[in-house]
Ligand binder design. Structure first.
Ligand code: WTA
Length: 490
């Protein structure tokens, strides 16, 4: 099968859904099955829905539903492996880009598995017999590569963590480390930033002597979080590796190797490319930037085994998104700095993608959800820094004149739209209603201005002469002032 040219829609066209009746997380119960039922209504390709009983709550079973627990009873515990071509699809995972709908990133059998297992071994200093603890969601690429595929390829014991870092209390991770004797602990900076606000005793009272390697992923880790993770959790004795990679790269691409004799690890820096990865920094004119102490667009110059092969059903989009921006290079979407001694430090996204608690989200997706509201002709969403979550969405919203009286209700409805269409974490922290958005004469929203307004950094707005009507800027600044004073009173 040629994955890229598979005909039909660009969506997965899946036939089977496996779900639970309910989900349990952080002491809360939420309905999964009803969410799936709603989604399945618009997916005619789905023939069966297997439902596992995670809680005792009974669920009405529909036409397509099959109880997983009941059918499993009659199954053989042995499942013969199916030989596959090395380039057959292993899985697809949807991820956000700066434009359009999420992309179905395709990973294949041999290359991905090789890369996931090799990086699992070297980046985390895994040795046979270790208990590997990656606390990421399985539904995220981090969970795919380092809860499931990498550890299982290496015959490792892999921990499945279903809860949150603060349930039932902020000692949850470290109690789990003690109870399961975890050797490698892999988590996200957002959780570390949350935990470092609590008493150190929540860490110290548990035995963490089993820990060998600590690792971080998903967003830049700030110095304070790095130091706390290293010194408080790891007692300063475990290497802490900052691992940079993406859904598209399949596995870790830039990270220090902790087992290498004499290897230096610097705080808050991904540092060095993994075997076979050739990073390059590209300049605005598309030129390769050589030398050290320089910044640019982070690209990878040569293919590597774990790289995504295509976007499901839309190979042209794959080429356009990753290989068009810089000739002959894979473009990551991130910017990076190469230090004086040649180490890499990731500086953040260069496109309209934001990172909320490690969740990667195109601002266009949030805008799409908001724009579905009948009273909302136009919105612009940007990311602003947040102490714990890294970034949070800030929405600028234009309302129909008839709806301005009802602002509060419309905002509530927009929150609901984002929560149901995307996820709760995607709901903007701020909604600022404005009369219009700052647009260039060619109709492009000048997000730079919106960022400055949201950050209250309006002393130097840069060149606004290309705006269709520059007076919009003071209008938005005034609206933001009113919004802030209103929020302060609350
Ligand atoms: C960001 C997650 C800084 C980056 C595995 C990348 C990071 C995006 C780091 C991919 C890191 C991931 N330092 N930024 N160590 N790790 N990122 O696809 O912007 O969910 O492009 O994959 O997260 O997010 P994704």
């Amino acid at each position: 099968m040629n994955l890229a040219q598979k005909k039909g829609s660009h969506t997965a066209q899946c036939k089977i859904v496996i779900t639970s009746n309910q989900g349990v997380r952080g002491g809360r119960i939420f309905d999964l099955k009803s969410t799936v039922d709603n989604a399945v209504k618009s997916c005619p390709s789905v023939r069966h829905v297997f439902v596992a009983k995670r809680t005792n709550e009974s669920m009405p079973m529909g036409k397509l539903d099959i109880s997983l627990d009941e059918v499993m009873v009659g199954q053989s515990p042995v499942c013969a492996p199916e030989p596959m071509d090395s380039e057959e699809m292993l899985f697809m995972l949807y991820t956000s880009g700066s434009t359009g709908k999420p992309k179905g990133i395709v990973h294949t059998q041999a290359g991905y598995l090789l890369y996931a297992s090799l990086t699992h071994q070297y980046v985390f200093d895994y040795t046979p017999g270790d208990v590997f603890g990656c606390v990421a969601d399985i539904g995220w690429i981090t969970g795919h590569s380092y809860v499931v595929y990498g550890p299982l390829c290496n015959g490792a014991t892999s921990v499945l963590f279903e809860s949150t870092p603060v349930y039932p209390n902020p000692g949850r991770y470290w109690e789990t480390v003690q109870r399961l004797r975890i050797n490698q602990f892999y988590g996200a900076p957002t959780a570390i930033r949350l935990l470092l606000k609590y008493e150190e005793n929540w860490v110290k009272k548990y035995d963490r002597s089993s820990l060998k390697t600590l690792a971080s992923v998903g967003e830049p880790i700030n110095h304070e979080a790095w130091e706390w993770f290293h010194n408080v959790v790891g007692d300063g004795r475990c290497p802490l590796v900052d691992t940079w990679w993406q859904t598209e790269t399949g596995g870790v691409c830039i990270a220090p190797l902790p087992a290498e004799p004499g290897a230096e690890i610097r705080p808050a820096m991904a540092m060095r490319p993994f075997f076979g990865i050739q990073p390059a920094l590209l300049g605005e004119k598309g030129q390769i930037i050589t030398g050290n102490d320089v910044s640019g667009a982070l690209c990878i110059s040569k293919p590597w085994p774990g790289m995504a092969r295509t976007i499901f059903g839309d190979h042209q989009r794959f080429v356009d998104a990753y290989f068009k921006p810089y000739q002959g290079q894979y473009f990551t979407g991130d910017g990076a700095y190469r230090t004086e001694d040649g180490y890499y430090q990731i500086t953040g996204r260069m496109d309209d993608v934001i990172n909320i608690s490690g969740h990667r989200l195109g601002t266009a997706e949030i805008e799409d959800a908001l724009d579905e509201h009948p009273d909302v002709p136009e919105t612009a969403v940007i990311g602003i820094p947040h102490e714990i979550k890294g970034e949070v969405p800030f929405a600028f919203v234009v309302l129909k004149e008839s709806a301005t009286e009802n602002q509060r209700a419309v905002v509530e409805e927009m929150r609901h739209l984002v929560a149901t269409k995307i996820a709760k974490y995607a709901v903007p922290d701020h909604f600022l209603v404005v009369k219009r958005l700052p647009k260039t004469r060619s109709g492009k929203i000048m997000r730079r201005i919106l960022r400055k307004v949201a950050m209250q950094d309006t002393s130097n707005l840069g060149d606004i002469s290309t705006l269709d009507d520059p007076s919009v800027v003071s209008e938005i600044i005034e609206a933001h002032k009113r919004y802030r004073s209103h929020a302060a009173k609350k």
